[in-house]
Design a protein around this ligand. Structure first.
Ligand SMILES: [Zn+2]
Length: 62
């Protein structure tokens, strides 16, 4: 389980915007950039190279 405090201080490395935590996929989502950053072993991987691009469907989800 991801630390809520940690979650509160994390921002998107690209736009410094707020991130949305998706429990089901264990990802941190930036809507502005339509990117999802993986959380591996409870550690958010805030690297552009590791991020996944969101599909259109996913963008509408948030
Ligand atoms: Zn962003």
């Amino acid at each position: 389980m991801l630390d809520k405090k940690l979650l509160g201080i994390l921002v998107c490395p690209l736009c410094k915007g707020e991130l949305h935590y998706d429990k089901s996929t264990q990802e941190l989502v930036c809507l502005g950039d339509a990117l999802a950053f993986p959380i591996k072993d409870d550690v958010p991987v805030m690297l552009i190279e590791e991020a996944r691009e969101l599909s259109l469907d996913e963008r509408e989800k948030y």
